[in-house]
Design a protein around this ligand. Structure first.
Ligand SMILES: *Cc1c(COP(=O)(O)O)cnc(C)c1O
Length: 716
C-alpha cells in the first residue's frame, strides 16, 4: 500500500477552509446565489471528505480484533470532550444552560447535534465509525454499502428533500419524530456511516488508481449534484442542505483523485486542520469583538469576503501556533518498540507476493493456487499471511482444523477454505455457518456427517498409498455412494502424494502409481456418469517435481513460504522462490570469561581460551530448537556468523564472539535469514536441528502476535 497520502494531507487543509466558508458565508455581500453555490454545494464535500479519510484509515474487512476501532473511538471522545469544554463560555454567553428540559436536550446534543453547531461532526464520526465497522466486519462491503445507503436515503428526506416528505402526511410525522431526537438527519446514523464505508472500500480495494476515470466520474457527478442542488433550492424543498444524492458518487471519485497525488507527507496538516475545525467559531467571535473595538465593523464584518479572509487567517495562525507548540511540547513517547526488543519474526510480504506470482506463472492455465496456511501459516502468522494473500488475489485456502478455518473467517477472509484434517461431526453446523469445506476422511466419516442433517460442502479424500486419511481408491462403490449423500455437497476429490520429494527411481515409480490410481478412479466415476468436481493432487513438491499434471488446484505450503524442506532436495522445476520468514533477537549482554570457565547448564561449553560471549534473549520457548545447542546452531550478528555455545535454555542462549570486533549490546542477531546467508536459511538450520524447515517454521507459531514485524510491499 502506498504510504504517501500527500493528497489527503493537503485536502484536509482545503476542506477546513471550506468549512469556515460554510459558517461565514463569504459571498453574501455580493450574490445570494453565488454564496449558495459556494457554501451549500461546493463546500459540502468537506465534511464527507473528513469522514471518508477516517474510514480510509480505519475501516477494513480484515482485522485481528476490534482494537483499532476502540482506539479511534477513545481518541475522538477525548477530542470531543476537550472541544465541549472549550465552548462552555460561549454556551454560557448564548444562554445555552437556561433552556427548557435541559438534561434531555444536553444528552441529545452530546449524542447527535453537538453542544455548539459545528461540533456535531465529532459524535457523528464516532457513531458512523462504529456502525460502518460492524457492518463491514459482520457482512461485507456490499451489504454495508446497501444498509448505509438506505440510511442515507432516509436521511435525505429529512434534509435537502424534506419538502417532499413534508407533503406526505405519514412521512412528515415520521421525520418530526426523528427531529425530536436529533435536530437534523445529518448525523452519526443517517449521514456519516456511508462515508466511512466508502473510505474503507477504497482502502481495501486499491489497485491501479485510474486517474482519468476518476476525473471524468467526478466532473459528471459534480455537475449532476450542482443541478440537483439548484433545483431543490429553487423549488424550496430544502430543510437543510448537507445531503444530496449525487454527493455520494461525487465523493467517491473526488477521493480517488485526491489519492492520486504523491509526494512527501505533511503530517502536521492533520493536527492543523483539526484545530482549525474546532476553533474557527471562536475566531469568528474574536474578529467581531476586534472589529467592534476598532470600529471597523463595516470592513471586517459587513464585507463578507474580508470577514471570511480574516477568520481564515486568524484560524490558520492560531492553529499553526498550537500545532507548533504541540509538536514541541507534547508528552513524548520514547520511540521504543517492545515488539522487537527480545525475540521476533519478520515477515517479508514482498517475497510472499513474489512467490505467489512465480508459482502462478508456472501453473497450468485454469489451475488455482490453494494457499496452505495451517499451523499459523507454517509459523508465519495466519492473519498477516492470509489477509495479504487474499488482497493480492488468492481465492483458495487450506487449513488443518475447523478452528483455524473459523479464525480466517473472523479475520475477514471470504475465499473458499478447505479443512484438510479431521473435524468432529458434531460441528457440522459450524462448517455450514462459516462456509468451510470439510475433507471426508473415510466412508464411515462421510456417512456419519451426512446423518447430521446439515448441508455441508466437502472434498473426498482418496487414499492412493499414503495410508493416512482417505477412502481407498479401490473402494469404488463407497466413493460412488458419497456422491449420492443428501447432505454432502461434493465439491472436490483429491489425493496426497507421499514421496513426491524423492528422486529415487522406486519412489518416482510409486508416485506415478498413485497418480494413475487416482485418474483411473476418476475415469470410472465418469463412466458411472457422475459429474466430476474439482480435482487436486499436488502439494509443493508434487507440483515442483510433477508440474505436468493438470489439476484444479495446487496445494502449496512450503513453496509459498519460499523454502525447501531440506537443502539437498532435488527439484525438477527450478525457479526463484524467496524465503518469507526471518527470526531475530538482539544482544543484551556481553561478558568476558577466562580459559577453563564453562557456560550454561551441564557445563557443556568449556572455554579453551579467554573468550567473549554474548547472551541473546531467545530460546527453545520461542521455538528455536534445543537440538541446535553445542555449536549446531549459528547466529548472524553484524557481518559475523558465530556459533551457539553450551545448551540452549528456554528463553536465552549464548554465542561465542571472541573472533569478532565491534559487536555491541543492542545489535540485532539473526537466527533464520531471508537475505541470502545460506548457512542460516531455514532448510539448513532445520537440517542442523535434525528436522525439516516445515517443522522449524511451524515452531515460530509460538510467538505472540505482537512479536511479528511485517515488511509491507510498496505500491508499484
Ligand atoms: C500440509 C499439506 C499440504 C501442503 O504441503 P507442502 O508440502 O507444505 O506444500 C498439502 N496437502 C495436504 C493434504 C497437506 O496436509
Amino acid at each position: 500500500m502506498n504510504k504517501n497520502y500527500t493528497g489527503i494531507d493537503y485536502f484536509r487543509f482545503i476542506a477546513s477552509l471550506l468549512i469556515i466558508a460554510i459558517h461565514t458565508s463569504p459571498l453574501t455581500s455580493f450574490s445570494e446565489t453565488g454564496d449558495f453555490i459556494l457554501t451549500r454545494i461546493l463546500a459540502r464535500v468537506a465534511v464527507p471528505f473528513f469522514l471518508m479519510t477516517s474510514g480510509f484509515f480505519l475501516i477494513s474487512r480484515y482485522a485481528y480484533n476490534d482494537n483499532k476501532l476502540w482506539i479511534f473511538v477513545k481518541k475522538t471522545d477525548l477530542i470531543y470532550g476537550s472541544a465541549m469544554l472549550i465552548y462552555i463560555p460561549i454556551n454560557l454567553y448564548n444562554g445555552y444552560f437556561g433552556m427548557d428540559n435541559l438534561l434531555p436536550n444536553i444528552i441529545k446534543d452530546i449524542v447527535f447535534d453537538g453542544t455548539l453547531y459545528h461540533l456535531w461532526y465529532l459524535p457523528a464520526s464516532i457513531l458512523g465509525a462504529v456502525i460502518a465497522w460492524y457492518l463491514v466486519r459482520k457482512f461485507d462491503y456490499q451489504t454495508a454499502f446497501i444498509v448505509t445507503a438506505i440510511l442515507y436515503f432516509i436521511g435525505l428526506f429529512g434534509d435537502s428533500y424534506y419538502g417532499v416528505a413534508e407533503k406526505i402526511g405519514v412521512l412528515g410525522g415520521f421525520y418530526n419524530l426523528i427531529f425530536q431526537i436529533s435536530d437534523y438527519t445529518r448525523n452519526g446514523i443517517f449521514f456519516a456511516p456511508i462515508f466511512f464505508v466508502l473510505g474503507g472500500l477504497i482502502a481495501d480495494n486499491r489497485r491501479k488508481n485510474e486517474f482519468r476515470k476518476s476525473i471524468c466520474g467526478f466532473s459528471i457527478s459534480f455537475a449532476l449534484m450542482f443541478i440537483e442542488a439548484l433545483i431543490l433550492h429553487f423549488c424550496n424543498l430544502q430543510r437543510h442542505d448537507s445531503m444530496y444524492i449525487f454527493l455520494l458518487p461525487c465523493m467517491y471519485f473526488l477521493f480517488n483523485i485526491i489519492l492520486h497525488f504523491r509526494g512527501k507527507r505533511i503530517k502536521w496538516f492533520r493536527t492543523l486542520s483539526l484545530i482549525i475545525y474546532i476553533i474557527h467559531p471562536i475566531m469568528i467571535v474574536v474578529i467581531r469583538l476586534f472589529a467592534k473595538l476598532l470600529h471597523l465593523e463595516g470592513l471586517l464584518v459587513d464585507n463578507s469576503v474580508v470577514h471570511y479572509i480574516m477568520v481564515c487567517l486568524s484560524s490558520v495562525a492560531f492553529g499553526t501556533a498550537v500545532t507548533v507548540l504541540w509538536t514541541k511540547y507534547r508528552p513524548k513517547k520514547v520511540m521504543y518498540d517492545s515488539a522487537t526488543d527480545r525475540a521476533y519474526i519478520e515477515i517479508d510480504l514482498n517475497n510472499l507476493e513474489h512467490n505467489v506470482r512465480t508459482l502462478k506463472k508456472a501453473m497450468p492455465p485454469k489451475c488455482r493456487l490453494m494457499a496452505v496456511v495451517k499451523a499459523q501459516a507454517y509459523g508465519h502468522r495466519a492473519y498477516e499471511i492470509s489477509t495479504h494473500l487474499e488482497k493480492i488475489g488468492v481465492r483458495s485456502f487450506a487449513v488443518a482444523t475447523i478452528d483455524e478455518g473459523i479464525s480466517l473467517r473472523k479475520y475477514g477472509i471470504r475465499s473458499e477454505i478447505l479443512i484438510l484434517g479431521y473435524t468432529s461431526i458434531y460441528r457440522a453446523s459450524e462448517l455450514k455457518k462459516y462456509n468451510l469445506t470439510q475433507t471426508l476422511i473415510s466412508f464411515e466419516y462421510a456417512d456419519a456427517l451426512n446423518r447430521q442433517g446439515v448441508m455441508v460442502k466437502a472434498h473426498i479424500k482418496i487414499d492412493t498409498g499414503m495410508h493416512r486419511l482417505g477412502i481407498s481408491s479401490d473402494d469404488f462403490s463407497d466413493i460412488k455412494k458419497v456422491f449420492a449423500m443428501k447432505n454432502i455437497n461434493v465439491c472436490g476429490v483429491f489425493t496426497h502424494l507421499c514421496c513426491s520429494d524423492s528422486s529415487m527411481p522406486d519412489d518416482i515409480a510409486f508416485t506415478r502409481g498413485q497418480i494413475d490410481d487416482f485418474y483411473n478412479l476418476i475415469d470410472n466415476l465418469k463412466e458411472s456418469s457422475i459429474s466430476i468436481p474439482k480435482l487436486h493432487i499436488q502439494s509443493s513438491y508434487g507440483f515442483l517435481n510433477y508440474p505436468e499434471l493438470k489439476c484444479s488446484y495446487v496445494r502449496t505450503g512450503v513453496a509459498l513460504y519460499g523454502v525447501k524442506s531440506l537443502p539437498d532436495d532435488n527439484i525438477e522445476l527450478q525457479f526463484d522462490l524467496r524465503p518469507v520468514l526471518s527470526l531475530k533477537s538482539q544482544v543484551v549482554l556481553i561478558r568476558q570469561i577466562e580459559k577453563g570457565d564453562t557456560v550454561g547448564y551441564g557445563r557443556r561449553f568449556i572455554a579453551e581460551r579467554n573468550s567473549r560471549i554474548a547472551i541473546l534473549p531467545i530460546g527453545y520457548g520461542d521455538g528455536f530448537p534445543r537440538s541446535l545447542s553445542d555449536g549446531n546452531g549459528k547466529v548472524l550478528i553484524d557481518q559475523y556468523i558465530v556459533p551457539v555455545i553450551g545448551r540452549i535454555c528456554m528463553d536465552q542462549l549464548a554465542v561465542d564472539i571472541t573472533d569478532t570486533e565491534d559487536i555491541a549490546v543492542g545489535d540485532i542477531a539473526t537466527l533464520i535469514d531471508t537475505e541470502g546467508c545460506t548457512e542460516l536459511s531455514a532448510d539448513v538450520v532445520a537440517k542442523n536441528s535434525g528436522s525439516i524447515s516445515n517443522e522449524l517454521l511451524c515452531r515460530m507459531g509460538v510467538m505472540k502476535n505482537k512479536l511479528c514485524k511485517c515488511i509491507i510491499p510498496k505500491n508499484k
